[in-house]
Design a protein around this ligand. Structure first.
Ligand code: NAD
Length: 253
């Protein structure tokens, strides 16, 4: 295949995007639509999905409102694909109030792991049989700079994103021989609606100086959509199991 001749990388393809109501997920859904995909966009926030539908004004977009930590939502989303999923972008995620280990409450730990990690396993587990049926597919998980170091978030979030990297590599190991690629993108700071208030004074004091080394300009969701759609597309056909930083060079510091 001559990839340089692919004008519309997702023509005829079906993609699922989680967290598609806002930020990186929304930008990814918009870019996939622009490049020819049929997109199933899901988010817990129905109003945000309605806004995406209104703005996109295309029958190539289907939306499913629901909490992605529920297997029922995952089943609804995959059910809308009519038996074919070429691309899955696991983008939905939440922060953890920057809580350090000694200050973690069970609810925060469980919710962060449920949204950032377990839900992503469930969506991937549910689309894999469809991808295996046709011998192709590409999955992209959104990790974080906090998946690369210990100094970018609280312990729950950092743990969840390191686990996303392991999940990505293990999935790639098992399924790349069957034509299914799995990669992760690790964003640095991105201007989105993600809620990131410090809930710990000690964490603010300890983390503050390290977060300030993230000197590059804050990225846009579209910067991340570019990396995610590259990994979802055949342009990256020889790439599987990587964690691609898209962070303006933060990874070098
Ligand atoms: N913004 C950043 O600086 C940054 C940096 C590194 C990684 N990330 C990661 O990028 C991803 C996207 O975040 P964003 O910055 O675009 O945030 P965002 O808050 O703008 O968008 C995330 C979307 O996910 C949805 N969502 C949250 N929980 C959900 C659930 N349980 N079920 C379904 N949908 C749910 C939200 O409603 C929201 O619309 C996350 O995984 C986040 O951890 C963001």
């Amino acid at each position: 295949m001559d990839h340089s001749l692919v004008p519309n990388r997702f023509d005829g393809k079906t993609a699922i995007v989680t967290g598609a109501g806002s930020g990186i997920g929304r930008a990814t859904a918009v870019r996939l639509l622009r490049e020819g995909a049929r997109v199933i966009a899901t988010d817990v926030d129905a109003a945000r999905l309605d806004a995406l539908s209104a703005e996109s004004a295309t029958d190539m977009l289907a939306t499913v409102a629901g909490d992605i930590t529920s297997q029922g939502t995952v089943d609804d989303v995959v059910g809308r694909a009519d038996g074919r999923v070429d691309a899955l972008a696991n983008v939905a995620g939440i922060m953890d109030g920057f809580l350090p280990t000694a200050e973690i409450d069970d609810a925060t730990w469980e919710r962060v792991l449920a949204v950032n990690l377990t839900a992503l396993m469930r969506t991937t587990r549910s689309v894999l049989p469809l991808m295996l049926g046709v011998g192709s597919g590409s999955i992209v998980n959104v990790s974080s700079e906090a998946g690369l170091r210990g100094s970018a978030a609280g312990t729950s979030y950092t743990t969840s994103k390191h686990a996303v990297n392991g999940f990505t590599k293990s999935t790639a190991f098992f399924y790349t021989p069957s034509g299914i690629r799995c990669n992760a993108v690790a964003p640095g700071g991105v201007a989105t609606n993600i809620e990131a208030p410090f809930r710990s004074q000690s964490a603010a004091e300890r983390l503050g100086p390290f977060l300030q080394v993230n000197v590059p300009p804050i990225a846009t969701p579209e910067h991340l959509a570019a990396a995610i759609t590259w990994l979802l597309s055949d342009d990256s056909a020889n790439v599987s199991g990587v964690v691609l930083a898209s962070d303006g060079g933060w990874v070098t510091i």
